[in-house]
Design a protein around this ligand. Sequence first.
Ligand SMILES: *[C@@H]1O[C@H](CO)[C@@H](O)[C@H](O)[C@H]1NC(C)=O
Ligand SMILES: *[C@@H]1O[C@H](CO)[C@@H](O)[C@H](O)[C@H]1NC(C)=O
Ligand SMILES: *[C@@H]1O[C@H](CO)[C@@H](O)[C@H](O)[C@H]1NC(C)=O
Ligand SMILES: *[C@@H]1O[C@H](CO)[C@@H](O)[C@H](O)[C@H]1NC(C)=O
Length: 548
Amino acid sequence: MKAFTNNIFISLLLYYASLEVFATTEPCALRTTKYGSVCVCNVTYCDYLEENDILPIESDDFAIVSSSKAGLRFSYLKGNFHQESIVVEDAPKHIELEDSSKILKQQNSDAFIFDDAVIKINRNVSYQKIVGFGGSFTGAVSHNLDQLPEEIQNHVFRSYYSKNSGISYNMMRMPIGGCDFDLKPWAYNENPVNDVNLTSFSQLDERDLYRLSQIQKLKEISNNYDIKHMSSAWSPPPWMKSNNDWTGFSSLKKEFYQTWADYHLRYLELMEANNVKVWAITTGNEPLNGVIGWMFVHFMSLGWTPKNQAIWVGENLGPTLKNSKFKDVKIFGNDDQRYTFPTWFKLMERTHENSTSYLDGLAVHWYWDMFFPPNLIAKTHELYKDKIIINTESSVGDKPLETHGPELGSWDRGEKYANYYMEDLQNWVNGWIDWNLILNDHGGPNYVNNFVDSAVIYNNDNTEIYKQPIFYAIGHYSKFLPEGSIRIESSGNSRNIKNVAFLRPDGNIAVIILNKKNKLVKLKIVDELRGNIMISIPPRSVHTLIFK
Ligand SMILES: *[C@@H]1O[C@H](CO)[C@@H](O)[C@H](O)[C@H]1NC(C)=O
Ligand SMILES: *[C@@H]1O[C@H](CO)[C@@H](O)[C@H](O)[C@H]1NC(C)=O
Ligand SMILES: *[C@@H]1O[C@H](CO)[C@@H](O)[C@H](O)[C@H]1NC(C)=O
Ligand SMILES: *[C@@H]1O[C@H](CO)[C@@H](O)[C@H](O)[C@H]1NC(C)=O
């Protein structure tokens, strides 16, 4: 036991029955950093939690996987419904902390107890189905991986995409051409200009060919060939645009509406010729950046109003794709912030009756979610019940008062992710694709210095990668909610102890629990079919509870 002196805590420990505590197969090599702690991987070591350490689960048993501000990272323990109570002990013994005294002190002052939290699971009421989770393979990611020894690249691939030992990503977003996270702006067929037949777009750019070879490696190393690829264009070549530039106030020139649709079709053909089946495209990244955002956003964009986009989708992109051999490639609309939901689609529909019917899905970004409530998504779902909703971009560090780049070890940032994934999942979102898979220690490269944080960061001398709290926050969802998991009703009675529950395809229930309180929380989980679980979870922590 840790040196807790708090009386209440000790008395709580007294009545915890026999329980098995396990270290993860390859536990996190935790290092204390300026903002908290990270898990360090190098050429010879990286932490992995094997799925078969957790599953299968017998009918009276449960497993709980935990991460916390103090330093738990996918630690797990198993118990059963007959036990009186279980305690998730914070900051496990097997971890050597560089500055453990500081962490323990902090725990002591925080370790008073909040003890009337209840979560009720109701299997009778169900909601949306999970499509998946993923990250983005930008030009910056391609460049970053290239700096690292092969063994470390492999740790990145396996950590994210392995179904058994990683966090089981099954989706990947990729720019068509460049984006801000690249060494410079680029697009296909920049020359010749005004070329409606896209004569120079006859093969993939060498940057894409290189990226696809890396993605092939990723699939082999993670043994995951079942990845849903989503592609989005940030900007066409400047000659198609009203301002003949990469960024700024712009629109697509009317005479190139069909050319821009053909451009997408050509991309799909060339991707297929290079053995990548694209699952979906979006109608373009953040259309409002070229309409109202251009004063703040200085990277590649194409401005669209809902009206113009309705015409392009209804007359050009929709018919072009749906009448081609790529008719099964899904089209996702909007690909912009939550505040445009659902107005954007209503305005599209008002302009062109068939525009939204070409959309298989709706893509939303998370950047201003603190100001716009999640029920905007729920309202959109009410209007478009048959459409998949995916959050297609998230990162922290873009706001004026934030650190523009990584905060190594920041639990606050991890908790932000845990919180917003939960909020979206509670409001009909079917999946989430995070932004860059790996960034350097400045949060780049980015050709306009728009540096942000990422779930995985690598160091300046290319010898280590750091799995941030963000990585585990996402993993508490992605690793345990395979495609086809169905959200079921769950309710809680405390604002800072949030939860969301799913019925997995294997019949297990997975409940993600977020404790935002600076307190040890004694929690009762009630499942009508199985009984009650009494469990104490540490301050500032996130958990996935699994039972039959
Ligand atoms: C790699 O990490 C492991 C585990 O933390 C450590 O024992 C080993 O010394 C590290 N290797 C190098 C070269 O730093
Ligand atoms: C769920 O459905 C079963 C069978 O119809 C019923 O017995 C039970 O009371 C329901 N539970 C809840 C919480 O509504
Ligand atoms: C584009 O191709 C079509 C058919 O091959 C041809 O008739 C047309 O002249 C070409 N347009 C230009 C501008 O090259
Ligand atoms: C919408 O689709 C229907 C059925 O395909 C078609 O008859 C109609 O003309 C289309 N409307 C427009 C504005 O293109």
